[in-house]
Design a protein around this ligand. Structure first.
Ligand code: KIV
Length: 283
């Protein structure tokens, strides 16, 4: 029986030159889909704030909501995998659940590990305060995946623009990646940076580099499943859809809706003696 992937195994996958695939999920339906598709790891990303909950950014999603969606995703994985064979489940720590203090971060990440089947958390950034938080989490026994480059929780500072476009910012990203490795992250998400930087970090770090919009040369790739399936209205330029999922679903649903009313049927005979009751209000 194959042994399920644990956070620390990703580094051996890198050493062995085996690619790592990570897909996001947000509920039991999407969890079952990505597990059945064979993803090595499943990320309940805070992108669910935008793709599923209808927010304009990832900032509003709460820890309670992340826990709720991670539990649902875990049930989806369990529904299609033998016990103990589920892909590695990772949960994003939402905005302000880890930035205020290391204590708050341990409490938030501790709830993820205690109250959901996730075995690791992901958080954004590599400023000195964030590195201190990661160090504390790792020393508390909580595996952490880092995330630099385009970091959507900093949208009001960085926008959704590609990062690492000049020598200074590329050098900063190199230093941040190394600092995250030293702080003890088990892997690093690198989002929307030049492909040469993705290749460079893949070569120079022992840490597995999981890219999205960071070129093909990374150790692994992560994608937002709703983007891959073409379900979102805001498609990131670096993550093209594999199929026009929204258009296909709309076509099918419109054809079902348009197939009604069915051919007229004879109305049931009204009882002769009962007075007509007023119609119930409809919403
Ligand atoms: O929230 C998310 O889905 C992510 C991926 C883009 C890696 O962080």
């Amino acid at each position: 029986m194959p042994v399920p992937l644990r956070p620390a195994d990703l580094a051996s996958r890198k050493l062995a030159g085996l690619p790592i695939t990570v897909l996001t999920a947000w509920d039991s339906l999407s969890g079952a889909l990505v597990a059945e598709a064979g993803a090595d790891a499943v990320l309940v990303g805070d992108s669910l704030a935008m793709t599923v909950l209808g927010h304009a950014t990832t900032l509003p999603v709460t820890l309670e909501e992340m826990l709720h969606h991670t539990r649902a995703t875990g049930r989806g994985l369990a529904s299609v995998c033998s016990p103990g064979q589920e892909p590695l489940l990772i949960c994003d720590l939402p905005f302000l659940s880890y930035q205020c203090s290391a204590d708050a971060a341990v409490a938030a990440a501790g709830r993820v590990l205690k109250e959901t089947p996730a075995a690791a958390v992901k958080l954004e950034g590599a400023e000195p305060e964030t590195l201190a938080v990661i160090d504390r989490l790792v020393r508390s026994g909580i595996p952490v995946m880092g995330h630099i480059g385009l970091t959507p929780q900093s949208v009001h500072q960085l926008g959704y623009r590609r990062q690492g476009n000049d020598d200074v910012s590329r050098e900063k990203l190199r230093r941040q990646a190394l600092a995250l490795q030293v702080a003890g992250c088990f892997a690093l998400v690198l989002e929307h940076v030049p492909p040469e930087l993705g290749a460079d970090l893949q070569r120079t770090l022992a840490l597995p580099v999981i890219g999205i919009g960071a070129g093909e040369a990374c150790d692994g790739q992560v994608r937002v499943t709703a983007d891959l399936l073409g379900l979102t209205s805001r498609q990131p330029p670096f993550s093209p859809p594999l199929l026009p999922g929204r258009a296909l679903a709309l076509e099918a649903l419109r054809s079902w809706v348009g197939s009604w009313p069915q051919p007229a049927q004879a109305p049931p005979a009204a009882p002769a003696t009962r007075p007509a009751t007023p119609a119930a209000p409809h919403c």
